[in-house]
Ligand binder design. Structure first.
Ligand code: SF4
Ligand code: SF4
Ligand code: FES
Length: 282
């Protein structure tokens, strides 16, 4: 969902171009703009009246309704992506005041509490730009395909009850399953480099998120059928050995997923898998 539909879904602005009813201060948004792939970037600044409880998305909605810069120049509405508006889908991720995070949960009272404060907004840099703050996160989903991050279920007939899951396994898997493919961990990772197309994605470092999801599905009673395939993929180009252990990923994950623990678990599993493969002559 892009800017125009987000404005309707949230409804936090009273009407097009109007300030929120209880605006008590004006803050500035310095936004990195780009008209499309391959186009040059530029900065534009907008003054936005805000009240208690405003978030970055509601301010972007105001800017979309009245796209006039602080110099008085009328410009195009800023484009961004959003969907759930409750930090679940990951679509609204951007770099806010230099830190990658979700714009729907970025409260203005926290990041710009005083009159005249400035908030900077930039798109993530590790994914191809679509326009302004909107990037193409398809790379994340392609990386999940590289590690077969799914439970294989063949056929439409009744399969009967699956294998029993222990409470400990469920507890561990639950936190891993809260990943919202937002891209924060990849944006912050020094080893995860910009790659523009699917051909480059195939061999570039896969990132902590896909490694952690491989762990999630390897622990699943049915999902573990593909464990060997996942470990083979993670032992290949762009796999786990490309991780430099800088640990930026775990520090920025909004869901506090233990990403470096997952990297350690998968690293040990890959070693065991490699030895087993060597002995079995595979
Ligand atoms: S530990 Fe460092 S290099 Fe490895 S995935 Fe996390 S941020 Fe990237
Ligand atoms: S692991 Fe965390 S930071 Fe990375 S994509 Fe998932 S939720 Fe986002
Ligand atoms: S809109 Fe879904 S996480 Fe922000």
């Amino acid at each position: 969902m892009t800017a125009s539909t987000a404005a309707t879904a949230n409804g936090t602005t009273s009407s097009a171009g109007n300030a929120p009813a209880q605006a008590d201060r004006t803050i500035n948004f310095r936004i990195k703009r780009c008209d499309g792939p391959g186009k040059p970037s530029r900065w534009e600044t907008f003054a936005v009246p805000v009240g208690r409880g405003a978030n970055v998305i509601s301010c972007l909605q105001q800017i979309a309704a009245r796209p006039v810069t602080t110099e008085g120049t009328r410009t195009t509405p800023v484009v961004w992506d959003a969907n759930c508006l409750e930090e679940v889908c990951g679509a609204c991720t951007m770099v806010i005041n230099g830190k990658v995070r979700q714009s729907c949960s970025a409260l203005i009272d926290t990041i710009a509490p005083r009159e005249g404060d400035t908030v900077s907004l930039e798109p993530m840099t590790k994914f191809p730009i679509i326009r302004d703050l909107w990037v193409d996160r398809a790379r994340i989903f392609d990386n999940l395909k590289r590690v077969k991050a799914w439970v294989p279920i063949d056929g439409t007939y009744a399969l009967g009850p699956g294998p029993r899951e222990s409470a400990d396994s469920q507890t561990t898997r639950y936190i891993l399953s809260t990943c919202m493919t937002c891209g924060c961990c990849m944006e912050a990772c020094p080893q995860f480099l910009i790659a523009e197309n699917e051909h480059e994605w195939e061999t570039a470092f896969i990132g902590a998120q896909a490694i952690s999801q491989a762990r999630l599905f390897n622990m699943h009673g049915t999902g573990k059928q593909l464990k060997g395939d996942r470990l083979d993929a993670l032992m290949g180009p762009g796999g786990i050995t490309d991780c430099g252990n800088a640990q930026n990923c775990v520090q920025v994950c909004p869901k506090e997923i233990p990403l470096t623990e997952s990297i350690g678990v998968i690293g040990r599993a890959a070693t065991v898998h490699a030895i087993a493969s060597w002995f079995s002559g595979r």
